[in-house]
Every structure is written in structure tokens, then in C-alpha cells.
Design a protein around this ligand. Sequence first.
Ligand code: FAD
Length: 462
Amino acid sequence: MANYDAIIIGAGPGGYVAAIRCAQLGLKVACVEGRETLGGTCLNVGCIPSKAMLHASHMLHEAEHNFAKMGLKGKSPSVDFKQMLAYKDETVEGNTKGIEFLFKKNKVDWIKGWATIPAAGQVKVGEEVHNAKNIIVATGSEASSLPGVEIDEKIVISSTGALELPKVPKKMVVIGAGVIGLELGSVYKRLGSDVTVIEYMDVVTPGMDGEVQKTFQRMLKKQGLEFIMGAAVQGVEATKTKAKVTYKLKKDDSETTVDADVVLVATGRRPYVDGLGLEALGVEMTQRGQIKTDDHWATNVKGLYAIGDVIEGPMLAHKAEDEGMACAEVLAGNHGHVNYGVIPGVIYTHPEVASVGATEEQLKEAGRAYKVGKFPFMGNARAKAVFAGDGFVKLLADKDTDRVLGCHIIGPGAGDLIHEICVAMEFGASAQDVALTCHAHPTFSEAVREAALACGDGAIHA
Ligand code: FAD
């Protein structure tokens, strides 16, 4: 038995960041992880491996579609899928080992195994019970499915199975046009699969800015992804080698079946709290199965905190990390804060899609007077030079004060460009502040400045 100031359960981006920050703030800290490696969903089966696959398949796409235009001739590369998975695994390993190194460097004890909380202030792993002044639950989430759809990770797969397939399937059906479905769907499309996405709503990536949704779907269609929208999947019948997906169109209730070699279920994720013993402790939960916390990540049980995917809010690694850092500050007796109004969301397809703050639809609904500054990447010299002129930056600002309220980007480097606006929003900047900031030429970021100019007297290159 050991005594700690803090024990963190789960070593995903929420948990490992909380552990490191607790240690940096002088607390004696341990982090329990049941998986063989650190880094959670994000590093092992989420953000990082999916980005490795997106990168590799994007390189192939560039070689097939753009190399010849630039005078780069020759046979385009063929896919050695086994090697691609090995590259993905190596990328993952480099990152998970990096967290191990950071734990050692910061003197965070890594307790290996699955934790339960037998009583407030206690964490049990195997036969060992450890005492902790405070416990942070950062146990993350797991893929969820639909009624009538059983995931076997071979023919009917979750995102985890999609990162481990033995070969590129000929025909893939993706259920759900959210971020994960579209990212992995576009990976397999580029690798040669026929990909059909079935979505219940009439738009892709529900919740995003409407104009971005339309442009995004159009671009993905151009890349060859097929969409069946407004369709409720009724069930998936799988054999050892094939599957049949039955869906009903909402508009006329007609039922259709499509065949696939592999069905990727990307209908969302649910909080993971199995085996922790939260019910016996009397921990309050939300209706959606998340751990209920106050503004400082405290649950209703004294000394028990929760962060990341297991609580409310967007299921994003950086949201979990921010909560981890802030919660550590609270445990150390300091002030911890997360600005939930400025959490960017990025889709790492090509082109990338990124957004922060309010959408136009939200502003309309709130009855807020706003103005829109929009700039197409077609007017950006750098974007045109790299065949990335499709897409735009859309900046939303308060009509009277000019304060930046939100930004939505579809185009090259969107995932990096958005952070300029995140900083602007944190500082309460106006669109004019962004417009008057000198931006290097030729960069994609000039498109952000032009959108800010368009909120005022007008963009120069549009
Ligand atoms: P997790 O990362 O889920 O970590 C929780 C850890 O707790 C796990 O390792 C688990 O083994 C461990 N654990 C659970 N119970 C116990 C227990 N009882 N004892 C010990 N250990 C336990 N987010 C982004 O921001 N950007 C992206 O590009 C992105 N891409 C994604 C792609 C995919 C395919 C998926 C699936 C997710 C993606 N996400 C992305 C989401 C991101 O992975 C999660 O939001 C993030 O990992 C949540 O972090 P967390 O620390 O809350 O939990």
C-alpha cells in the first residue's frame, strides 16, 4: 500500500496530462492504466494512428493526382498495406514511449492494471489498495453501436478495427458521417475501397456550420465517397466474409440493402466507467452516462474528480488535456480554468475542416446581430500553388462591437489556421485586430486575415 496526494485513473490525454501537471506542482502522484501502453484512446487507437493513416493515404492521393501536374513523372506508388500499418504502429509506439519517458522524468508512478475505487480516497489495483487524498477519474470512452448492429472487429468494425484491417476492403460501408467516419472513410477511399457513407441526418458532421457542411460533403463526393443521407440503419447481417446493411430512408420509409466487405460503425462514443464501482460509491451520473461534475471537475463524492471523455462536453483530446491541467491546479490548491467557449474542432481530411466558437446557425438562433467575413482559398496564392484553392475561411463577428464570435475554415492547413482565431477570441479581439495584424506572404493564414478584412471594409484579393 502506498499513500499519494493524487491518483489518476486512466492515462489518456486527460489522465497523463493531469498526472504530469500534479507532479510539476509538487504533488506525490500515481497514474493507473489498464492498457499495456500509456496514452489512452488518443495515442493508441484514436487521434495518432488515424492521422498516420490519413497522412500516408494523402501522400498516395497526391502522387496519383498532382505529381504529374508538377512535372513529377513515373509510376505512382502502390499500396503495401502491411507496411503502412507498421508505419502507423511505429508512430504510435514512439508517442506512447514518450509518455513513459515523461512519467519517469516527472516522477509519476505508473501503476499497471485496472483500477476500482472501493471507497472514497482508495484505489484498488489487483490486490493492492492505495490511499489518495484526491482521485481523478479519466477513464475515457469506448465506441458505441446501434441496436441490431454487433461489432465483431472483423467484418463489422469500430474505428479500432479500422486501424487494424488485414487488407484494404473492396467495398466499405461507413455508418455515421461524423468526424471519425469521414476521416477513416476517406483513408480507405484513397487506398482504393469503394466507400458509401450512410447518415441518419440530412447533413454531414452534425453541429458544424451549415455552409461548411455543404462544401465539405461536396468535396468528399468529388473525391469519390458516396453518401446516403437521411437514412436510418435497421441492422447489419454479417457472415465471415461479407455484410449486408439494411437502412430505411426517412423521407418515404423505403427499405434498401447494401452489401459490403467491411462495415465501419462510426455512430459515436460513450463514456467508459465499467468496473470502477461508481454506483456503490453513489457517484452522480448524467442521463447520458457521464460522470456529473461541478465547474471544478469535482463529483458529488469528496475528493473524487473526473475529466475528459467520461464527463460532459466535446469528446476531444485537447479538451481532456485542458481539463487535466486545470484539475491538477485545483488539487494543488490553485485556480484551474477551461474556457469551453474556445475549444477548436478539427477534421483531418483533405482539405481539413476546423471551427471554433459560434456557428452562424447558433448566432441566428440566439438572435445575435452579427456580420460575416468570408474569403475563398481561390484568392490565396499559396493555396492555388498547391492545388488547394477549394474552400474558404468564414469569420463571424459581433455586428456592433466587431468582437470575433466564431470561425469556420475548410481548406489547406485549417487545423493550424484556426488557432489564430482561438487566441484572438481568448483575448476578446475584434475582427479588425486580426485584419490589422501583418500576416506573412505567401501563407494560407493570409486567407484568415482577408476574412477579417471582409468583416470591415472588404478583402483585398476577392
Ligand atoms: P482516453 O484517451 O479514452 O483514455 C482513457 C484511458 O483510461 C484508457 O487508456 C483506458 O485503458 C484507461 N482506463 C479505463 N478504465 C480504467 C480502469 N478502471 N483502470 C485503469 N485504466 C483504465 N480527438 C481529438 O481531439 N483529435 C483527433 O484527431 C481525434 N481523433 C480520434 C480518432 C479516433 C479513431 C478516435 C476513436 C478518437 C479520436 N479523438 C480525437 C478523440 C480522443 O481520442 C478522445 O477525446 C481522448 O482520447 C479522450 O481522452 P481521455 O483521457 O478522456 O480518455
